[in-house]
Ligand binder design. Structure first.
Ligand code: SF4
Length: 335
């Protein structure tokens, strides 16, 4: 993998799929018993951004991000699903298994059509994304949906060098923060997700890394962060180790951080239903870094939250209280 690769040079590699065969059905599936209830919109299998650690496509031995299969009839299926389930509280996560603002989903027009369906039916939804400001037809739809939607901007790596190594086709960190500013200027609710926070050797020291991450969001006007340390399968850990290549300290730290003899694991369901084991990083690192992140964020007037399973892991069931008092869920979504 080439660390000099420029995400702007990236061209989508997309298969158009017609009909509904092979499409992910809409469910309110939850990975852990603590996840809050939302319905998933998954119009694609695969993701252009190709993150080396992806919890959906990179946890097996062979990565399966591309070509991205986009189901072009998905918006009709969604409209039908909404009409048949009007008695339910339909809040959506658009799209947990890909990125709604990624090139394949935008260039096929599927994201635009889904935004129209959600807006026409007045359904609430949130969208986690590593995108910058999307092209005008999508941006206009996001503005139109601002009473219904929340954008959650994802960025947790220390700097552009690690971004290029581990999120090779995704927009730069600064482009993502520009999306944050755009949302603020246009009244679109916005929060951040520090995912993944990856405390391995970096060009910054450990404290500076945390400060840098918080500052990038603060400068974009974002006042809440959901913080997540990676859970990794061992195959994925080893692939990341190879991706960071010459950084021997980073490789060493990754093996130490994800030691299957010492780390807790969670059973994880991949697209297609296969189950794998993902390992949390060492408990003491999770606890120390989340606590430090919360303190630093508070100094900037920001709140943080994390997964309820992680709160259990670190023995701090009050970790999300400040966020909860603002009406925010573990992922920072305002109910
Ligand atoms: S943007 Fe999200 S879904 Fe896409 S490859 Fe990265 S982690 Fe996976």
């Amino acid at each position: 993998m080439n660390s000099d690769k420029n995400a702007q040079d990236f061209k989508p590699d997309t298969i158009f799929v017609k009909g509904e065969q092979g499409m992910e059905i809409i469910t309110n599936f939850r990975q852990t018993s603590s996840c809050f209830k939302v319905y998933e919109i998954d119009p694609a299998i695969g993701c252009d951004f190709g993150c080396v650690y992806c919890s959906m496509y990179a946890q097996e031995k062979d990565m399966e991000h591309r070509p991205v299969k986009v189901f072009v009839n998905y918006p009709d299926y969604l409209a039908r699903f909404i009409s048949e389930n009007k008695d339910k509280d339909l809040t959506f996560n658009f799209t947990p298994k890909s990125d709604a603002l990624s090139p394949s989903l935008i260039e096929t027009g599927v994201t635009q059509k889904i935004l129209d369906v959600l807006t026409d039916n007045k359904n609430r939804f949130y969208m986690l994304t590593k995108s910058g400001i999307p092209r005008d037809d999508v941006a206009e739809r996001l503005i139109k949906a601002r009473e219904l939607c929340q954008i959650i901007i994802s960025s947790g790596l220390p700097n552009e060098r690690y971004r290029a190594l581990l999120e090779p086709n995704a927009p730069s960190i600064s482009d993502r923060m520009e999306l944050g500013k755009f949302c603020k200027e246009n009244g679109i609710p916005i929060s951040g997700i520090v995912a993944p926070y990856l405390p391995i050797a970096s060009d910054l020291d450990a404290d500076r890394y945390k400060e840098e991450v918080i500052e990038r969001y603060a400068e974009a006007g974002i006042d809440h962060l959901s913080v997540h340390l990676l859970k990794l399968s061992l195959d994925c850990r080893d692939r990341m180790s190879r991706a960071i290549g010459g950084d021997n300290q980073g490789q060493h730290d990754l093996s130490r951080l994800y030691d299957p003899e010492k780390c807790k694991s969670i059973e994880w369901t991949l697209p297609g239903g296969k189950k794998i084991l993902r390992y949390y990083p060492l408990e003491e690192v999770v606890k120390k870094d989340l606590t430090a992140m919360k303190r630093l964020a508070k100094e900037k007037g920001m709140t943080v939250s994390t997964c309820v399973e992680v709160m259990r892991l670190i023995g701090d069931m009050e970790f999300n209280d400040d966020a909860g008092n603002k009406g925010l869920t573990c992922v920072g979504f305002r109910r």
